[in-house]
Design a protein around this ligand. Structure first.
Ligand SMILES: NC(=O)c1ccc[n+]([C@@H]2O[C@H](COP(=O)([O-])OP(=O)(O)OC[C@H]3O[C@@H](n4cnc5c(N)ncnc54)[C@H](O)[C@@H]3O)[C@@H](O)[C@H]2O)c1
Length: 365
């Protein structure tokens, strides 16, 4: 396999534009084709970005395509991933990795058997904010991590997303939607987790869409929309997390990590930038920490890193193993709520290697 690796996008909806733009700086990949269940969408995206528009089957059968970039809705992720693997292709998927842990495990097993790579969003932890924070923790800037806080709250995506129904169906909800950013961010900083205790509620049985073009449509809510609890990490730190589609406003931090020697304020894990702030026990002051990595990285670095891993024969960072572990953590909140018990996790992962500091955007090693 020679560089660049050819990427075929399956699912060209709302988020696809971010990938067409964000993958451009990376010489290890070239997006060449796209497909969607809605042929007019793939036709439009192909015309706009100079790609071939194919049917999903034709894209999977196309020998020139090395990596399938799966940007479909959550309910289709595992099925499209497994179809790509069966076609002998590497696959990188939007989050969440699957709707349940069995599908995630089956995807990993199929990839191992086929000898192909699986990657999964989010890749935001590879941005300047996440990497600068990781470097500080690895260097002992806050001493031994003991606790973390992570908060995502809003009043739901039906106020802006053009097709927001999937956020309230199985596979949606604030934990599977936004938890990947926060929990992947925490695993990047603290390593794998060992247990979860959670509470989860569906505060409102229906949602009324206020965004166009579906304004006024009422959606039945299938999932819990306020999910809270604790994650116990293998290193001993306990993270408290809230993800909610039920709150109008809040004045909470995004992520904080607290250690024996200080505290770290970590920027929004849904974005790639800063600011990163450090509180040192001995100075008793917060200070702004200069970012150690490029602040021009966008969605797409994860799939580029997968390609660089294939070409350089090294592990890729936004891996299926990491995503399956994050999925098990996320689904454990509902499992804990239903069973009234603390859930011991069965999966783990090797923490993704930090990115070398100081690289220009487009370079990964
Ligand atoms: N919209 C965002 O801001 C955003 C941000 C980050 C991540 N994501 C994630 O990206 C994924 C896609 O979200 P979106 O907002 O682009 O959704 P969307 O509904 O706008 O687009 C999804 C596209 O996939 C197509 N599709 C669905 N099933 C398919 C299948 N089996 N085969 C081929 N095409 C199929 C649909 O026709 C649609 O065009 C979701 O997992 C979401 O969580 C979205």
């Amino acid at each position: 396999m020679s560089r660049p690796l050819n990427v075929g996008v399956v699912g060209v909806g709302n988020i696809s534009g971010a990938y067409f733009k964000g993958t451009r700086p990376y010489e290890v990949i070239r997006v060449t084709a796209c497909a969607d269940l809605l042929a007019d969408r793939s036709g439009r995206a192909a015309a706009e970005h100079g790609l071939r528009a194919l049917s999903v089957d034709a894209l999977l059968a196309d020998k020139s395509i090395d990596i399938v970039l799966n940007l479909t809705i959550p309910a289709a992720h595992a099925q499209v991933n497994q179809a790509a693997i069966a076609a002998g292709k590497h696959v990188y998927c939007e989050k969440p990795f699957a709707l349940n842990n069995a599908d995630a495990a089956a995807t990993l097993r199929a990839a191992r058997a086929a000898g192909v790579r699986v990657g999964c969003a989010p890749d935001t932890f590879l941005g300047a904010g996440g990497q600068t924070a990781r470097g500080l923790i690895d260097a002992g800037a806050i001493g031994q991590p003991v606790a973390a806080m992570a908060f995502f709250t809003c009043r739901g995506h039906e106020r802006w997303h053009p097709a927001p129904e999937f956020y309230y169906k199985v596979g949606g909800g604030p934990m599977l939607d936004m938890g990947p950013y926060y929990i992947t961010g925490l695993v990047n900083l603290l390593g794998p987790a060992r247990a979860v205790i959670g509470s989860a509620v569906k505060s409102f049985p229906t949602r009324t869409i206020t965004s166009e073009p579906l304004k006024g449509k009422v959606v039945d809510v299938e999932v819990n929309t306020h999910v809270a609890g604790n994650i116990e990490f293998a290193n001993g730190a306990v993270a408290t997390i809230v993800t909610s589609f039920d709150l109008w406003e809040a004045t909470l931090p995004r992520i904080e990590v607290h250690g024996s020697e200080g505290s770290l304020s970590v920027p929004d894990p849904n974005h790639f930038m800063g600011p990163v702030k450090l509180f040192k026990a001995w100075t008793k002051q917060w200070e702004d920490i200069p970012l150690t990595h490029s602040d021009r990285v966008l969605r797409g670095i994860g799939v580029a890193d997968l390609a660089a891993g294939v070409l350089g024969n090294r592990p890729h960072r936004a891996s299926g193993e990491l995503a399956a572990h994050v999925l098990e953590i996320m689904t454990a909140f509902d499992a804990s709520q239903q069973s009234g018990r603390r859930i011991e996790l069965k999966t783990t992962c090797t923490p993704p290697a930090p990115l070398p500091p100081g690289l220009p955007v487009g370079q990964l090693d």
